[in-house]
Write a protein that binds this ligand. Structure first.
Ligand code: ADP
Ligand code: MG
Length: 689
């Protein structure tokens, strides 16, 4: 039987089950997978560096012959071995060494020709390459592995580059004529993209680096396109379904706005308009509201809730922590006395819960605020008209989808304090419309952020004490993570003890952490808010939302253990009033990544800038939580670096689906097939929406 692109590679000549298993670990199961396994980098082997001219510290490629090879064991540790090869080209000699790879000596025999890629380092007796990559070459390889631009793949131990290259080349030769381009001619034409066969050939074996770049761009576009289609489809489907046309003006809203102790910023006004437009439409709002910490998202959400209530609809407000739920509950209850606000969190007793659920079902509660406890089955609304999800990144996609199902296609407002550039947000959260609050309320001063080493800690404390003496309050945050919970908790408690007795003995300190009973947490938070405590020593329970404008100072211990966005969220607990605030990061971190995070904190106050840095440091998969957005499918497309390409792919996706929502036209058959193959859930999306 002739193999097709989808045939498993296991049955190809020379592969068999053992190799197939190794391939499978790389995500390669079919022939097509293998053609889509792209090189990690390329080597220009049309010209090699000569050993004589090698530059210290620069990665370079040489072609050389082994003069002598051997192995020595370290005299200090017998388990440690060094394999060495002395190699030469026409110009000079250089020594190459590999650590702990003793089997290499079997290959590095005199006379063997090698292509070596590595960074030479200057040693007392000349240049040396440590652990360079190398390949043995023979005359028959010249066509694929030398004299051209050569692909280099990430391969597991036991697969040689030469073997893999030959396999790819053979499969390209046999199957390139079968590939079905999922980008139709028009799309390629409009976006100056190569066709699929050209692209696959040139991503593996480019004639020159220019065509390689074109191939790369085309394949990245394809990834973006396939990633966008399901999102765009979901969005268009939602727009087809009937929602609630809300009554967006009314007496209550007027009153509420009049009573407000501040005027809305221009950004807030603009966003409120966008939300009103959405809510007035007879389809459901699906809007993401991005705004930096402290930019005032809550009041915007409350306005939306008041609007929903005009028409007699209920609103649900889901937040990630009980502390935050209670804070919202208290604030909102005080702001709108005309409405009945409910609070539902896990810690309340059963009877109270039953009462709330009853009132909710009867429509007596107008706005229900709570944690994921809102998602429980017993929680039923009379007529849910608006869902607000605050700090969305703290919830899984599944959780976010559950709440709206408690109503009939209610309006949804999803909020995040990790803002990213609009173009990126529109594409990554592709089934949502995007609003941005891009200014802080007037009078806010940028928070001063400083980095201290542990031995400079007392200086940081002095700064804190100065603040406390002026009647301001402070947070001291200690990292406690699930993996080393017991140990971290000890650390946090000990620090609290020490500070209470030592550096801060003339002040009142409180300790709060996630494993305290909810009631105890509440009491401590209340004390802090009432200024009965000067300093709150805390684990990360503070991270989201807590609003106490009198706190002007935050110390973060072991700052390197927090992610960048997390640090920024933490910092957002101060600087919430008009006073100058401080964030003092304490860390002896050495690692490059950790230092980059701390540096970014010191340098930037702006959440957009922070998110961008975080994206660069962690990559999109980690940053967004890959499973949420199909980002794992992106192997070569980089949303941050290729934002414009991503945008174009989205626009083409919209255009295509607007013509052929269910991909039924013949010209879209290849696309449909590819989507079904990549995202099995796509079928369902097409059918049900
Ligand atoms: P976040 O966007 O982080 O959720 P909040 O909604 O908690 O921010 O708002 C932060 C603080 O700013 C709150 O104390 C809020 O009352 C206040 N605030 C919101 N909007 C304004 C405004 N337009 N002018 C002044 N203060 C505002
Ligand atoms: Mg908030």
């Amino acid at each position: 039987m002739k193999s097709t692109l989808l045939s498993p590679i296991q049955y190809l000549k020379g592969i068999g089950p053992k190799r197939a298993a190794k391939f499978s670990k790389l995500g390669i199961n079919s022939i097509e997978d293998l053609l889509y396994y792209f090189p990690r980098r390329y080597e220009d082997r049309t010209k090699f560096a000569s050993i004589k001219n090698l530059q210290d510290g620069q990665p370079q490629t040489i072609k050389a012959e082994v003069i002598a090879g051997g192995q020595r064991n370290s005299w200090r540790r017998r388990s440690f071995s060094i394999t060495e090869a002395l190699v030469k080209d026409e110009s000079a000699r250089i020594s190459c060494v590999w650590f702990n790879r003793p089997y290499l000596r079997n290959y590095l025999k005199p006379g063997v020709k090698l292509i070596i890629h590595g960074k030479p380092e200057l040693r007392p007796n000349g240049l040396q390459m440590n652990n360079p990559e190398f390949e043995i070459i023979s005359e028959e390889d010249e066509l694929l592995s030398a004299g051209r631009i050569v692909p280099v793949y990430s391969l597991p131990e036991g697969f040689s580059q030469r073997y893999f290259r030959r396999l790819v080349k053979q499969l390209l030769d046999e199957h390139l004529s079968q590939v079905n381009d999922c980008l139709v001619y028009d799309i390629r034409q409009r976006n100056s993209l190569l066709n699929l066969a050209q692209s696959l050939l040139n991503i593996h074996f480019p004639e020159d680096l220019n065509i390689q770049k074109q191939a790369y761009e085309r394949l990245a576009f394809e990834e973006f396109f396939l990633f966008q289609i399901p999102l765009v489809l979901r969005k268009l489907k939602k727009k087809e379904k009937k929602g609630i046309a809300q009554k967006v003006s009314g007496e209550l809203l007027e009153k509420f706005l009049k009573r407000m102790p501040f005027v809305l910023t221009n950004s807030q006004i603009k966003v409120v308009e966008e939300i009103k437009n959405d809510m007035a439409r007879p389809t459901a709002m699906q809007r993401l509201l991005q705004g930096d910490v402290g930019s005032g998202k809550t009041v915007v959400a409350v306005i939306a809730a008041v609007i929903a209530n005009h028409g007699g609809y209920q609103a649900a407000f889901m937040v990630p922590t009980e502390i935050l739920a209670k804070q919202h509950f208290e604030k909102i209850s005080a702001q709108i006395k005309e409405l009945k606000i409910g609070l539902l969190v896990s810690s309340i007793d059963k009877k109270e819960k039953q009462k709330i659920c009853q009132e909710l079902k009867e429509g007596k509660i107008n706005i229900l605020i709570g944690t994921h406890a809102l998602l429980e089955e017993g929680v039923q609304f009379k007529n849910l008209g608006l869902v607000v999800i605050d700090e969305q990144h703290k919830f899984g996609v599944g959780q976010r989808a559950l709440l709206p199902q408690k109503g009939i296609n209610p309006d949804c407002l999803i909020m995040t304090a990790t803002p990213i550039p609009r173009t990126l947000a529109i594409t990554i959260y592709g089934d949502l419309d995007v609003s941005i609050i891009n200014e802080l309320p007037p009078g806010r001063q940028p928070i001063k952020t400083m980095h201290f080493l542990k031995k400079q800690r007392l200086r940081a404390y002095d700064l804190v004490k100065l603040e406390l003496k002026q009647g301001n309050q402070a947070y001291i945050v200690y990292p406690v993570i699930e993996e080393s919970y017991a140990l971290d908790m000890e650390g946090a408690k000990e620090m609290y003890q020490q500070l209470s007795l030592g550096a801060f003995k003339e002040f009142k300190l409180g300790l709060i952490h996630g494993k305290l009973k909810q009631q105890e947490q509440d009491e401590i938070m209340l004390k802090f808010r009432n200024k009965d405590l000067d300093v709150l020593v805390s684990t990360t329970v503070l991270e989201v939302g807590i609003d106490n404008p009198n706190a002007t100072c935050m110390v973060v211990e072991e700052a390197q253990r927090f992610g960048l966005s997390q640090l920024h969220q933490l910092r957002g607990r101060v600087g919430r009033g008009e006073k100058q605030s401080f964030c003092l990061l304490i860390s002896d971190a050495q690692g490059q990544e950790a230092l980059a995070r701390i540096q970014a904190m010191v340098e930037y106050n702006d959440g957009f800038k922070i998110a961008e840095e975080d994206l660069k440091i962690r990559g999109p998969g980690e940053f967004f939580g890959s499973r949420q957005h199909g980002l794992t499918e992106l192997k070569i497309g980089d949303p941050l670096a290729q934002m414009q390409l991503l945008k174009r792919a989205r626009e083409e996706g919209i255009k295509l689906l607007e013509h052929d929502l269910h991909l039924e036209m013949r010209q879209n058959a290849a696309l449909r097939e590819k989507l079904l193959q990549r995202f099995p859930e796509y079928e369902e999306l097409v059918m049900v929406g």
